[in-house]
Design a protein around this ligand. Structure first.
Ligand code: HEC
Length: 184
């Protein structure tokens, strides 16, 4: 093979190599961009989905919130004695339940039913309870005792709440009956 044709072959091979290299590089760059785009649109969709989900959960939990009527219906069947022993075990370390009114770490609950929230003179309540312009009816007792720190944000009652709804209803029955008994 002459040196001339050697040179020609060399030039062709070089050109081929450069072409391959260039297309290889552009492939990499192009794919990178493609990946970026895929990721971007995917994550936008993802956040949208998340927002939709939380809205859905919120709407669901609001729908499922027990009503005052339902609470009062459940109270008819509630077990007073079970409520009393639950209260003695879980509340009596901080609350007193007998007349005359005596406050402990927490305010007396002797006449709690229909008493204005945060209103017992001689007890130092949190601002949260003082500023609540409501009474302790059965529904408010339910919502508070289910999740004290959620229903009364900032309360100083360090009790985590009664998650078992049967026990919660029994407790409210005892609070109400004991209160009515003490007022008479
Ligand atoms: C660790 C002590 C502690 C325990 C246990 C506890 N409480 Fe309380 N409770 C408090 C304190 C302190 C307050 C005052 C909260 C405030 O001012 O924010 C309070 C406030 C209350 C109030 C509002 C009273 C008012 O005058 O407005 C009710 C009702 C109540 N508790 C019910 C219960 C019941 C029922 C239980 C048991 C299931 C219970 N608590 C368990 C400490 C406790």
């Amino acid at each position: 093979m002459s040196s001339e044709s050697n040179k020609l072959l060399c030039a062709i091979l070089s050109a081929l190599l450069i072409y391959l290299l260039a297309s290889f590089l552009s492939e990499i760059l192009y794919n990178k961009d493609k990946k970026k785009n895929i990721k971007l649109s995917y994550s936008i969709e993802e956040t949208e989905d998340k927002y939709n989900d939380t809205d859905q959960v919120k709407a669901d939990s609001e729908e499922k919130k027990i009503t005052a009527l339902e609470i009062n219906q459940l109270l008819e069947q509630a077990d007073l004695e079970k409520g009393k022993s639950f209260v003695n075990k879980n509340c009596a370390s901080c609350h007193d339940f007998n007349m005359p009114i005596k406050n402990k770490i927490g305010p007396s609950l002797a006449n709690i039913y229909n008493r204005k929230i945060g209103s017992l003179s001689g007890y130092k309540y949190s601002k949260t309870l003082i500023n609540m312009d409501k009474e302790w009816d059965t529904a408010n007792l339910y919502y508070f005792l289910e999740k004290p720190k959620e229903w009364a944000v900032g309360t100083k009652m360090s009790y985590r709440g009664i998650s078992n709804s049967t026990k919660l209803i029994d407790t409210i029955k005892y609070l109400r009956e004991n209160s009515l008994k003490n007022e008479n």
